[in-house]
Design a protein around this ligand. Structure first.
Ligand SMILES: [Zn+2]
Length: 397
């Protein structure tokens, strides 16, 4: 069970955050380049194709009980590793043993980075373990098989765009256009973290929960950047650590069931939340999400709400890392019930999440922003070309 953070400690935290993380590696608003309508259509429809069922493809491998330390957990790790190795991403495994109410358990966080040499990172994350129940058999389709599968979809869709940009930069032929510098945009890479050990084994407490993210946040907080790193040249004291390279940690959890309701919890990332809401609005306006779904998923009219739900972001939040927490509140009705299986997932909802995250991430990374597509205001009609041919235009050097 998760505890809702009390407001007072959180306010204290927010006040303290600038003190502990005075260094400004945080995402700048100008880094985000909202895509044009034609670019949105192109990125939304990039390969791989839309999922055709809630329990095939990647989800087939993730919809299994996968308690930390279990054989299935290891099998899921191997699957994630095979997917990202095939994509050519750098893999780091954060492997450790820790005491739990069930005794000592081995945990492994999986960290995938497109360009490990980039000085900054947009981090997308979700937990891949499932909750332990004495009777066994709990799957946790929304918690968090579906969010993990969405992260894979984003990686698969955007890897070719990242790769093409890398090749252009290596060849000294970056795309140049007013207001967009590919070399600058490529300073921020995409990193995807699959956390192990999010779930409590007994009752959710500060120590019986988020085993993986606590370990990784501690580890990165103690890992100083090399002298050659751009951040070290700009600030000697306090010495920048790996945590300083994280623009924002985006955490997806409890997603995939119908009618999500997503809130903005943190003032410093509220603008990113609003860009997500705007991305979803544009996808719906363009007919790029299926009809019949709850129209508005993001509580954008109320703005930044404060508060917060305890989850894997806690250890990073406490160390001053900006957080965007994409979790539905109230939780899905199936939360921590055996019914949180494939039947809890809605295919149209999953497809919409994939498209939102693809387009938002591309905008954040400055991908496909000006890659041969017409500038804003001069787009050709949306149905003028097939999405595929628009895509080809986008990635052509
Ligand atoms: Zn859970």
């Amino acid at each position: 069970m998760r505890l809702r953070l009390r407001l007072a400690p959180l306010l204290l935290l927010l006040l303290a955050a600038p003190l502990v993380a005075a260094f400004s590696s945080r995402a700048r608003r100008r880094d985000f380049r909202a895509l044009t309508d034609s670019q949105i259509a192109a990125v939304a429809t990039l390969p791989p194709a839309e999922w055709d069922a809630v329990d095939t493809g990647h989800l087939a491998h993730l919809l299994v009980p996968r308690v930390s330390g279990s054989e299935n957990n290891t099998l899921v790790q191997a699957y994630l590793s095979s997917v990202f190795t095939k994509l050519g991403w750098h893999e780091d495994k954060d492997n450790f043993k820790q005491q739990t109410p069930l005794g000592e358990i081995e945990f492994t966080n999986l960290i995938y980075t497109f360009d490990p040499d980039a000085p900054r990172k947009l981090v997308l994350s979700a937990h891949f373990d499932s909750k332990w129940f004495k009777e066994g058999g709990f799957i946790g389709a929304t918690d968090s098989s579906a969010p993990c599968a969405t992260l894979i979809d984003v990686a698969e869709a955007l890897t070719p765009l990242l790769q093409k940009r890398k090749e252009r930069l290596a060849a000294g032929t970056p795309l140049l256009s007013a207001g967009h510098d590919e070399e600058d945009a490529a300073q921020t890479t995409l990193q995807i973290i699959f956390f192990d050990g999010e779930e409590a084994f007994h009752e959710w407490t500060d120590t019986d929960s988020v085993y993986g993210s606590r370990h990784l946040a501690e580890k990165w907080d103690a890992e100083y950047l090399p002298p050659s790193h751009d951040f070290v040249r700009r600030r000697l004291n306090p010495r920048p650590t790996v945590l300083d390279t994280v623009d924002v940690l985006v955490l997806l959890d409890l997603l995939g069931a119908p009618r999500p309701s997503i809130t903005s919890y943190y003032r410093d990332t509220d603008w990113m939340f609003l860009e997500l809401a705007a991305t979803d609005d544009k996808l719906r306006a363009a007919g790029l999400v299926e009809s019949g779904l709850k129209p508005q998923w993001f509580s954008k009219y109320f703005g930044f709400q404060g508060g917060g739900i305890d989850d894997d972001h806690r250890p990073f939040l406490h160390k001053g890392v900006p957080i965007l927490h994409l979790i539905t509140s109230p939780f899905p009705a199936v939360w921590h019930r055996m019914s949180d299986n494939k039947d809890a997932l809605d295919l149209a909802v999953l497809r919409r999440w994939n498209r939102i995250m693809r387009v938002w991430t591309a905008g954040y990374l400055g991908l496909a922003a000006d890659d041969g597509a017409p500038p804003p205001g001069t787009e050709t009609p949306r149905n003028n070309a097939s999405p595929r041919s628009t895509t080809d235009e986008l990635v052509r050097p």
